[in-house]
Design a protein around this ligand. Sequence first.
Ligand SMILES: NC(=O)C1=CN([C@@H]2O[C@H](COP(=O)(O)OP(=O)(O)OC[C@H]3O[C@@H](n4cnc5c(N)ncnc54)[C@H](OP(=O)(O)O)[C@@H]3O)[C@@H](O)[C@H]2O)C=CC1
Ligand SMILES: Cc1cn([C@H]2C[C@H](O)[C@@H](COP(=O)(O)OP(=O)(O)O[C@H]3O[C@@H](C)C(=O)[C@@H](O)[C@H]3O)O2)c(=O)[nH]c1=O
Ligand SMILES: [Mg+2]
Length: 293
Amino acid sequence: MKILLLGKNGQLGWELQRALAPLGELIAIDRTEGGDLADSEPLRDTVRRVAPDVIVNAAAYTAVDKAQTETELAHQINAVAPGLLAQEARTLGALLIHYSTDYVFDGSGDQPRPESAPTAPLSVYGRTKLDGEQRIRESGCDALILRTSWVYAARGGNFAKTMLRLAAERDQLKVVADQIGAPTGADLLADLTAHLLRAAHQDRSLCGVYHAVASGETSWHRYAQHVIARAQAKGLTLKVSADQVQALASSDYPTPAPRPLNSRLDNTLLQQRFGLVLPPWQTGVDRLLDEIL
Ligand SMILES: NC(=O)C1=CN([C@@H]2O[C@H](COP(=O)(O)OP(=O)(O)OC[C@H]3O[C@@H](n4cnc5c(N)ncnc54)[C@H](OP(=O)(O)O)[C@@H]3O)[C@@H](O)[C@H]2O)C=CC1
Ligand SMILES: Cc1cn([C@H]2C[C@H](O)[C@@H](COP(=O)(O)OP(=O)(O)O[C@H]3O[C@@H](C)C(=O)[C@@H](O)[C@H]3O)O2)c(=O)[nH]c1=O
Ligand SMILES: [Mg+2]
């Protein structure tokens, strides 16, 4: 099996390089190696030249606030390029694996959303990611679209690492407490991808959209507290302790892109259809902290 991995150096791409390596011939590229999602023609050429059995797209425009003004580029990378990959996958009979986000939803209510829940993105990032999903579906290719949330990894930038940095530098830390979701490790997602890829490559009826998040829920505020408490317990000196992190309402933390309040995704379908277990979010976050501290 020949696998083409795009975005090999992102949080998820890096973990996928590890997790997909045993499955076959892995061709992992970044934007400088023929895998620039901003440039359609060379990207198409790359896919045709490699002629993979599976395309795994870990590349994306993920700067949520910047996307509000860099709309064209976000649209090209998150919507047009995945659509192109899907068309090429369709022609090749290849399986496409792609990732989407909790930000395709408006975040109303307080229950975990199943895959079938109506989408209504609040931000440009969310809209472009949804557009990408739709183009993939319309292409008619065999695809797995994994919607995940609040991704972190030892390598790359993420909220947990930002909180550790800010708690060391600043005298106070204010974090929104009314946005609820599940931090999900790139390592877990990569390992899941390997299992799903094997299953769906054999049985294409498993293709579709799945919510792929760690189990349980938290707020960004409690997530920050968890990370800081754990770091202090390990002897790290910080200026702000866990109980000093101030809880804010989203309305008191204005950002260019609005974020959904309810980012809970129901992961039951994936667990049942593939016979897998998605561990609680704390398991992966504690492992991250053991690794980076
Ligand atoms: N991060 C998160 O919290 C969440 C992410 N997701 C989704 O998961 C997937 C993986 O995200 P994650 O690994 O966290 O993201 P990262 O931001 O860590 O990585 C994104 C990768 O995309 C690459 N990239 C950006 N622009 C281009 C381009 N024009 N051509 C080729 N590559 C490009 C980046 O390359 P470079 O390093 O060169 O800039 C980087 O390697 C994405 O689909 C994302 O939308 C879903 C929910 C949450
Ligand atoms: C740095 C900081 C952020 N916040 C808030 C802003 C935001 O609502 C929340 C998280 O901040 P971030 O900038 O990490 O959030 P953001 O970049 O929006 O994270 C999102 O990224 C994209 C790619 C996704 O797909 C989502 O699942 C989600 O992970 O915390 C504070 O309240 N205080 C702070 O000091
Ligand atoms: Mg961010």
